[in-house]
Design a binder for this molecule. Structure first.
Ligand code: CUA
Length: 330
């Protein structure tokens, strides 16, 4: 595909600037369909002009019938069959098995629960989704609203939702795949270019459907391993830290886990390394102390129908302390 120069095509979230094998195929398919459609349109226009300017002469009826059979029946059948075959071949390719990285993603209202599980086999995924994997002793790494992928390797995503249907779409990397309650869908990605990209929810799921995006980072294998290793570590928390004390005292731990502390809630996003993530609120705001504070105090204003209540009843100084503590959880 030609380089896209329009403002929305900065590459962050564009299917026209593919950075993955699957997105490249989708872009190629778009090019072929668009080019083929334009060519057929031109042929039809030429035929129409010709018909309008030619006066019928003797013996033209048989020729006309031949023209209708060839151009009106045989040619479209051949073209559509070829396109169908091409499309089916692409689909088979998109679904071949991925080996290297396995990631479970659950669509929540309205954010993304992301779980890396080294070495888990496909049949383990049910357990990984539905049980507390940490209690079960599995080696998993939980995070939220961020997805790291090694470049040039196939990553296999297992997609699930506990309640409503979402659709995961990283336009620069691949096509969409729905997250449906009661089943696990697979999506295989093979990024071809390192960089930062943006994923979104592509299926209306509630008031904050448009506010559940996530950051995608495609890195070298070394950088990916270092990131996963860092994310697998528990948080370093001083038990007498004021922010931590307030976090527990105000009930945050009922919904949020911070590994290495008493906080082990399973409802909301894992916050073990929340300060090290690029954004808060599912790619809503850049991670700064001020934005953490805003999100805690104005949750339902920033994110309508979010399941977390706004903690605007707390004194601002206490929210400030909690935000400071969260920010240093790198
Ligand atoms: Cu989730 Cu739309």
């Amino acid at each position: 595909m030609a380089e896209c120069v329009l403002p929305p095509c900065n590459g962050l979230q564009s299917a026209l600037a593919p950075a993955g094998l699957e997105a490249e195929r989708v872009a190629d398919l778009l090019g072929i369909l668009f080019g083929g459609g334009a060519l057929i349109w031109l042929l039809v226009m030429v035929a129409a002009l010709y018909a309008a300017r030619t006066s019928p002469g003797p013996g033209t009826e048989a020729a006309a019938r031949r023209f209708i059979v060839w151009a009106g029946a045989i040619l479209p059948t051949v073209i559509l069959a070829a396109l169908l075959g091409y499309g089916l071949a692409l689909m088979a390719d998109l679904r071949s098995a991925g080996e290297n990285v396995r990631i479970a993603i659950s669509g929540e209202r309205f954010w993304w629960r992301v779980r890396y599980a080294a070495g888990a086999r496909e049949r383990d995924w049910h357990e990984t989704f539905f049980t507390d994997a940490h209690a079960a002793g599995n080696a998993v790494v939980d995070t939220a609203n961020e997805l790291y992928l090694p470049v040039g390797e196939r990553s296999e995503l297992f997609l699930y939702s506990p309640d409503v249907i979402h659709s995961l779409w990283i336009p620069a990397l691949a096509g969409k795949m729905d997250l449906i309650p009661g089943r696990v869908n697979r999506l295989v990605l093979e990024p071809t270019r390192t960089g930062s990209y943006r994923g979104v929810c592509a299926e209306f799921c509630g008031a904050s459907h448009g506010l559940m995006a996530f950051d995608v980072r495609v890195t070298s294998r070394g950088e990916f391993d270092r990131w996963l290793e860092a994310r697998s570590k528990p948080a370093h928390v001083a038990p007498d830290d004021d922010g931590y004390r307030l976090f527990l005292a105000n009930g945050c731990a009922a919904c949020h886990t911070v590994r290495g502390t008493e906080a082990n809630g399973r409802v909301g996003p894992d916050l073990t390394h929340v300060g090290g993530r690029a954004t808060v609120g599912a790619a809503l705001l850049p991670t700064t102390r001020e934005n953490l504070k805003r999100f805690i105090m104005q949750t339902t204003h920033l994110k309508p129908q979010a399941q977390m209540p706004a903690f605007d009843m707390l004194p601002e100084s206490e929210v400030e302390e909690i935000a400071r503590w969260l920010e240093q959880l790198q």
